[in-house]
Design a protein around this ligand. Sequence first.
Ligand SMILES: *Cc1c(COP(=O)(O)O)cnc(C)c1O
Length: 365
Amino acid sequence: MISIARPLLGKEEEDKVLQVLRSGMISSGEVVKEFEGNFAAFIGTKFALAASSGTTALHLALQSSGIMWQDKVITTPFSFIATANSILYCGAVPVFADIDEKTYNIDPEKILEILENVEGIKAVLVVHLFGLPCDMDRINAICKKNNLILIEDCAQAHGASYNGKKVGSFGNAATFSFYPTKNMTTGEGGILTTSSEEIFNEAKFLREHGAVSEYIHQTIGYNYRMTNIEAAIGICQLKKLEKFNKARRQNAGHLMKNLKNLDWLVLPHIPENVDHVFHQFTIRLKKGVDRLGLVEHLRRNKIGCKVYYPMGIHQQPFYQKLGYRDKSLPVSEEASLSVLSLPVHPGLSGEDLNKIVEAMKEFKP
Ligand SMILES: *Cc1c(COP(=O)(O)O)cnc(C)c1O
């Protein structure tokens, strides 16, 4: 079976984890600090703060940026649920802006529409979906003009850049996930990047139970720490990230070239000013094409594929209970019905790629 995602772990990770195990310092410590320093340098921010997951990093980013009870935060409905849940964790309210049909990222025009119609928006939380950076020039300008906090969810875009600048360095704060399916992994884990000393200090304080000094707690915080074992894996993975991303881009290039004559699908859109890191290679099936039939055809050919995402966050049962309306974000809803992600990860062989192309060509839509 050709899987849709697979982490690549080697001797470097094994050796460094063993070193940490033997040191006895297995919880959060110096190895985490080293990983944070390396990651901040890679992204180009002053600070990085490791966390227990991408989700907890998001919660820390929002709360430390000042998102509070009943604040309204604009975000995309077309993402993993953790994006919007992190807003709810703060007691704040997600306000969904529909996506752009070509990029699947939040549509700046829709952000403007909301700003015209909804009072009291405090922040924008963007997601660089599938490894493709959002339209940061437009979004930055909108946030500046309207005095909005900008947070980036870079869980799928480690190393991606926009006009030569890495995602994770645009907003007041940004977050990454190191779940095993992402462009680099630590098992479970996440990280926050920021150049604001205030946000960094606040996030650190919240990560450690709100302690100002040992056993003196000034607020209700959390235990959102990363372990030295995870950071050891992260240090090795970060060194390999550029190589992984290059392989993803090459795999994507191969698929682009060989699938371009199939008139029943739309290939990923790659704007000129971005460095796409292809967390996913997501195609859109044209009207009338049987998606389930294609999934079954690929499965028979031992090729994994997946629908990211089968519904918008606003359509999730829990969000429906909160009162979000189905049939309210047509571009996202249409994408949910027509997208399919094919394997593009760096573990694919040339033979795997050929199998994917052949199976796609054989399919009768
Ligand atoms: C994976 C992911 C998250 C959550 O990260 P975890 O490490 O799994 O908690 C958040 N947002 C997006 C867009 C993701 O893809």
